[in-house]
Design a protein. Structure first.
Length: 399
């Protein structure tokens, strides 16, 4: 991840009524209640069959020298499968474009060696009882990485902007766009051939696809730009159509989207439910099965006048499966974690209230699963006393 451009101070909605502050319920009570809870009931969508609703959020780890995931990466994901995660989303893994990555240790999802290694990953995850989708990524135009590594071609994006008004790469030609769409489709086809259970397209957080969505970084005057979000969605719509064509009708496609960007935490692509509908419905029609709605704090309402969060609105407007995410089970958000803040376990009550109301179908968890491969099993079995805090040091290892 790149250094964020701005910092929004983390807020908390609930008083700190976290699990550790309450008398610990007996393990047996919680085990019975979570066993019966729909969070731990199976979920089916097309060819996807999950044992529960817990999703491991995609997390870049940069442990794949030369883009090839070593065996320890396969073991890392297999441990999460053993720990009862329903659906594992891989770290962002880049598609076949010269400047799709910003760091030499981010895995590739193309080329013989990386794909042989990804085959080892999915085989190990399956052997451990897990289900997994790779997150396919193109970083677009980003600031050069602190490591000093640069891709063999300039960073590419819709208009050359890395942040509003600042050039950091080149504007893509229509041929570049067509090749990039082809690279995503090829990677999705590879995922299916290797035996992965679905694919996720990274359309969030200010990277390439989101740079097309966002007006400050998409100033194009051709058919890939425009004044409305719906017009600027053409690149994503064509990309999803191509991915759908490559994987056929039954293989689930998830699209990760966010309003916020690393370039601007307060950005809103869609300012109203109407704008969100005009953005998401064409993407659903193009082939998206799951909208993975990234928020830093899942409890924050998306629009005034309703407490529905992003995933709640996306489900209401499209009728599609949605995933919520953002500070579930932990105090503090993940940007604060990058800045060294330690996060402590937090009650799941507010999450369960929304889940039980039917706001979303699946629940993605990042840092808790990065720090503890057994997090989902501990929640399922009510072993709350065994949950531990998230410290920045966890980013340095693949435990
Ligand atoms: C170390 C780290 C790496 C991340 N890398 C990615 C990534 O590759 N793709 C992505 O969509 N989100 C990425 N994220 C965001 C997470 O998927 C998730 O949305 C965020 O951590 C909030 O969830 P949490 O509060 O449960 O940690 C990353 C987060 C962390 C902590």
């Amino acid at each position: 991840m790149n250094t964020p451009a701005t910092k929004e101070s983390p807020k908390t909605l609930e008083p700190e009524s976290d699990i550790l502050g309450k008398p610990a319920p007996s393990v047996l009570d919680v085990r019975q209640s979570m066993n019966a809870h729909p969070l731990f009931q199976p979920f089916r969508l097309k060819s996807l069959a999950l044992k529960n609703r817990i999703v491991m959020a995609p997390m870049t780890r940069s442990f794949s020298p030369g883009g090839v995931p070593p065996l320890k990466v396969a073991d890392y994901y297999a441990r999460r499968a053993e720990g009862e995660v329903g659906l594992i989303l891989s770290e962002g893994t880049v598609v076949n474009r010269p400047a799709s990555s910003y760091n030499a240790n981010i895995p590739h999802f193309y080329g013989r060696k990386p794909l042989v290694s990804w085959k080892a990953v999915i085989d190990k995850v399956h052997a451990a009882g897990g289900v997994m989708a790779p997150q396919l990524w193109h970083v677009g135009i980003v600031a050069p990485d602190a490591s000093g590594w640069l891709p063999p071609a300039p960073f590419e994006g819709p208009s050359g902007y890395v942040t509003p008004g600042k050039i950091g790469g080149v504007a893509m030609t229509e041929l570049d766009i067509a090749k990039t769409i082809g690279a995503f489709a090829q990677a999705a086809a590879s995922a299916m051939v290797l035996g992965f259970n679905a694919v996720e397209i990274h359309g969030a957080h200010g990277y390439l696809i989101d740079q097309f969505f966002w007006h400050p970084t998409n100033q194009r005057t051709d058919g890939y730009g425009g004044n409305t979000l719906a017009e600027r969605s053409r690149f994503a719509v064509e990309l999803i159509r191509a991915v759908r064509k490559a994987v056929g009708p039954d293989f689930p496609i998830s699209l990760r989207i966010s309003q916020w960007k690393l370039q601007d935490y307060a950005a809103k692509l869609a300012a109203t439910p109407q704008e969100m509908e005009a953005w998401l419905v064409p993407l659903a029609e193009a082939g998206v099965d799951i909208f993975h709605c990234s928020q830093r704090r899942f409890w924050e309402p998306e629009f005034a006048g309703s407490d529905l969060n992003f995933a709640g609105w996306a489900k209401k407007l499209t009728g599609k499966t949605t995933i919520t995410v953002g500070s579930i089970g932990l105090s503090g958000d993940f940007i604060a974690a990058f800045q060294g803040e330690t996060a402590t376990p937090r009650s799941l009550d507010e999450l369960l209230r929304r889940f039980d109301r039917g706001d979303f179908d699946l629940v993605a968890v990042g840092r808790p699963l990065l720090a503890d491969a057994g997090w989902a099993r501990k929640i399922h079995e009510g072993r709350t006393a065994e949950l531990h805090e998230f410290r920045t040091e966890a980013l340095a290892t693949l435990s």
